[in-house]
Design a protein around this ligand. Structure first.
Ligand code: NAD
Ligand code: UDP
Length: 343
């Protein structure tokens, strides 16, 4: 296939995963248009993407719930596919503001799908999440494991998955994949783009990075009494560059018309404990990460990791980076950009 024949709309394109995937899309030769309302990302991302790729692309500042705007964009551009990252993702906030999450994530996706359909664009890669598994009975999750999200955020992902599954079943013209990401961490190896959370980070890696750079005194470890190798929680961390590659691989297969299962896990198939991540980060940064062990975080599971057999066998993709690479790149990004994109 020749990517330069294809134009892709990337929703949430200035966000953490969207920006890394956009760089890869441009480097592969795809034409792209990004839309983002900048509710959780910075306009400065655009210059960084340009600096990395030297390739021009369009950016539209706007909301995917704005039907008129989407209609105009789909009129102006002849898209072949959409990669849909736009959405809210903070678990705790989703419990505090459930209607915001239903509106942004679910209604936003429905507006997008309607406008895609009107414009005859029926190829979609959707950002789902391992949170749809909730507390699985086995620690290793395959796409067929039981689904039982434990919070509103995860519920929005499952509802969108179900809508997309029904749509594809009833109207086979739709080519759709829901990518269930495990724990994306790390940054582009250039240190030019990375994860830049607003306020206090909810996730482990940005929290550790901010302790290392001196923004926070210590890491709070949420429990050391799980039934895991060292008692702390274990997760399947995947390098953001591998995750971005997973999108390119999926998109190419869909555009070529290869039949794919609708739900696909993207992880590494290995899990690391909080203590193992701290050790790897200390090695990568030559910094000490002070920590305090506190009680478990509500809704957390002890261990979960991905069965990635299907992705390995069907996407021409496999993860290349290990936990040391992830920590090295996360630290390069943090140390080069102590205040994230706020230069
Ligand atoms: P992010 O917050 O960095 O990126 C999402 C982007 O979408 C942001 O730039 C935000 O401004 C934008 N956005 C939000 N609502 C919008 C709307 N209504 N209209 C237009 N733009 C809007 O998050 P991310 O980590 O890059 O995640 C991307 C997607 O992947 C999200 O859907 C998220 O739920 C999903 N996901 C993320 C993770 C993770 O750990 N990062 C894991 C699993 C799934
Ligand atoms: N974690 C922690 N302290 C933090 C953030 C996370 O101990 O400040 C733990 C958390 O309990 C889990 C792991 O680190 O075992 C990964 O958490 P994260 O929020 O990054 O991912 P998720 O739990 O959503 O998979």
């Amino acid at each position: 296939m020749n990517p330069s024949n294809y134009k892709i709309l990337v929703t949430g394109g200035t966000g953490y995963i969207g920006s890394h995937t956009s760089v890869k899309l441009l480097q592969e030769g795809f034409s792209i248009v990004l839309i983002d309302n900048l509710s959780n990302s910075s306009i400065n991302v655009l210059n960084r993407i340009k600096e990395l790729t030297n390739i021009n692309f369009d950016f539209i500042e706007g909301d995917i719930r704005d039907k008129r705007l989407l209609r105009r964009i789909f009129k102006e551009h002849k898209f072949d596919a959409v990669i849909h990252f736009a959405g809210l993702k903070a678990v705790k906030e989703s419990e505090e503001k459930p209607l915001n999450y239903f509106e942004n994530n679910i209604s936003g996706s429905i507006v997008l799908l309607n406008e895609m359909d009107r414009a005859n664009v029926n190829c979609l890669v959707f950002s789902s999440s391992a949170t749809v598994y909730g507390e699985p009975s086995e620690t290793k999750c395959s796409e067929d494991s039981q689904l039982c999200p434990k919070n509103i955020y995860g519920q929005t992902k499952l509802i969108i998955e179900e809508i997309l599954t029904s749509l594809k079943k009833i109207q086979p013209k739709w080519k759709i994949v829901n990518l269930r990401y495990f724990n994306p961490i790390g940054a582009h190896p250039s240190g030019l783009i990375g994860e830049d959370p607003n306020g206090e980070p909810n996730n482990l890696m940005p929290y550790i990075s901010q302790v290392a750079i001196g923004k926070r005194d210590k890491l709070f470890i949420f429990g050391d009494d799980y039934n895991t190798t060292d008692g702390s929680g274990k997760r399947d961390y995947i390098h953001i560059q591998d995750l971005a590659d997973g999108h390119i691989a999926t998109l190419k297969k869909l555009l070529q018309g290869s039949p794919l299962k609708i739900n696909i896990n993207l992880g590494t198939g290995k899990s690391y404990s909080v203590f193992e991540v701290i050790n790897a980060f200390e090695k990568a940064s030559s910094k000490t990460i002070p920590f305090e062990i506190i009680s478990r975080r509500e809704g957390d599971v002890g261990e979960i990791y991905a069965d990635i057999t299907y992705a390995n066998d069907n996407l021409d993709w496999s993860p290349k980076f290990d936990i040391n690479d992830m920590c090295k790149d996360a630290w390069r990004w943090q140390s080069k950009n102590p205040n994230g994109y706020n230069e």
